[in-house]
Design a protein around this ligand. Structure first.
Ligand SMILES: [Zn+2]
Length: 151
């Protein structure tokens, strides 16, 4: 078994194991080597990273095929993007919305009933208040905690 570092035309880098260098060439020619991220068949070797498989590889943790699971890296990147989105959303809410604190439920109801000018607000509501608002068709959203708190 031999491991190749590969790169698709979209710049995605991934690693794959092949029986041999010849097997890689043959699979490439047959279009059997595809980028796991975008399925592109136009793939070239990036930096060749030959490694032994089998017993010798078990002694070298970094050479194990399990270490080249591209989808994990992908989830990781999505996760980072999600965190950035959550933080941007929070920042946006704090910028455009008015902090009404614990008056949130009453204020949301007043806005919904047209008693006060409509505007974006944020604050605290307990579960009962939030449930009552939603039952009355008043669109409130739980504000996600800062993404850094997930760490
Ligand atoms: Zn790709």
């Amino acid at each position: 078994m031999i491991r190749f570092a590969l790169r698709c035309t979209h710049g995605h880098e991934f690693e794959s194991w092949f029986q041999s260098g010849e097997a890689f060439d043959a699979q490439m020619k047959s279009g059997l080597v595809a980028c796991p991220l975008c399925q592109a068949n136009e793939v070239r070797k990036a930096v060749m990273a030959p490694a032994l498989a089998g017993r010798a590889a078990e002694l070298l943790p970094s050479a194990k095929p399990q270490d080249s699971r591209a989808p994990v890296a992908l989830l990781d990147r999505r996760d980072r993007e999600l965190r950035a989105v959550i933080n941007a959303f929070r920042k946006h809410v704090f910028e455009v919305a008015e902090d009404v604190g614990t008056r949130f439920a009453g204020e949301a109801r007043k806005i919904h009933d047209g008693l006060v000018p409509g505007r974006a607000i944020y604050g605290q509501a307990n579960l009962e208040e939030a449930r009552a608002l939603i039952e009355d068709g008043i669109a409130v959203l739980p504000l996600p905690p800062a993404a850094d708190n997930y760490n």
